[in-house]
Design a protein around this ligand. Sequence first.
Ligand SMILES: C[S@@+](CC[C@H](N)C(=O)[O-])C[C@H]1O[C@@H](n2cnc3c(N)ncnc32)[C@H](O)[C@@H]1O
Length: 392
Amino acid sequence: MGRRLPLFLDVRGRRVVVVGAGAVAARRTARLRAAGAYVVVVAAVLREAVEADEVHERPFRPEDLDGAWLAFTATDDSEVNAAVAAAAGQRRIWCGRADDADASDAWLPAAADVDDIDVAVGAGGDPRRAVALRDAIARRLRDGSLHARRMRPSAGRVVLVGGGPGDPGLLTLRGYRELLAADVVVVDRLAPTALLDELGDDVGVGDVGQAPRGPAASQDSINALLVERATAGKTVVRLKGGDPFVLGRGSEEVAACLAAGVAVDVVPGVTSATAAATLAGVPLTERGTAQEFTVASGHVPPGDPRSTVDWHRLGASDATLVLLMAVANLRPIADALMTAGRDGATPAVVVVNASLPDQRIVRTALGSLADDAVRESVEPPAVVVIGSVAKN
Ligand SMILES: C[S@@+](CC[C@H](N)C(=O)[O-])C[C@H]1O[C@@H](n2cnc3c(N)ncnc32)[C@H](O)[C@@H]1O
């Protein structure tokens, strides 16, 4: 195959002529259109619905190739295909022949794009083998088992990756790929830290995770670290627990990056707010029982001037209530909800260390929630679900 030169072409806005209108021609035109080409189809008989900018239903004429950059012929008449190839050659236009790979001077590889990687495979004129190889490579790029870090010096950027509730299996594939491509990883305590073992020795890892109420890397110092590393040209992955935008201060980190002129992307994550309930077998909504759920932070108690949660409204509602960061304030929260009308017999479930090997589930009711949490030595991180859906 040494006589073939693999090449990527920018065909945007350029005239490409496809002769024929069967299944092969339809596939060619779809790919060419997806790449932005100006596609002209010439076919004596239109057998398939082809996507094109111009369709001429008549026999091919050599002048059809005037002004074209590229041609493909995919009729079932080899004389027509040969005539197209000859007319293309006279005009110095590359021509791919679907009927005769050896007589072609251009071949369309089996192709896929995964993030910024273009995969293009030719397999000695065997299209099925090429497709099988393309699929195998694309699958491995997508699942992260085949990867290479960017070597080209970049402008540096930050990617906020939602890591899910802690089990590495609950990180998204896109998040995993970003992690493997990182130069620097800045990680939270509740992120899937087990994955850090998979990073290369040269990847810098900054641990800014803190125990609740423990010594904290301040948000300002985290923001400054992200900006400083990205400005130095690094690809910085900010690996956070759950979803970056659910009670995670992710938007503040995005704002800090943008204010400093640093490019930033956000990869959504599986939030513990929903994952913990699901892992405990509690459906947050259930037909006939609950058609809505509310997620609220309990990091400050009802009545605290820093709280913007309307506990009265939540207590007066029958909707499923999901509480994060509430372990220290369970008693005042439960009291406020019952004062506002919630029945003390409403089922409640506490999920501790959801998705982790030491996951624990405490089943109780709103009226006994605070006492049971103390008796069961519930410690953060925990998600509390209150509502009829939490029944056994
Ligand atoms: C600062 S918030 C971050 C929430 C995160 N952004 C999310 O979407 O899951 C931390 C709280 O999330 C909850 N949490 C996070 N991971 C958890 C886990 N594995 N098990 C139980 N609760 C968890 C706890 O309520 C914890 O106090």
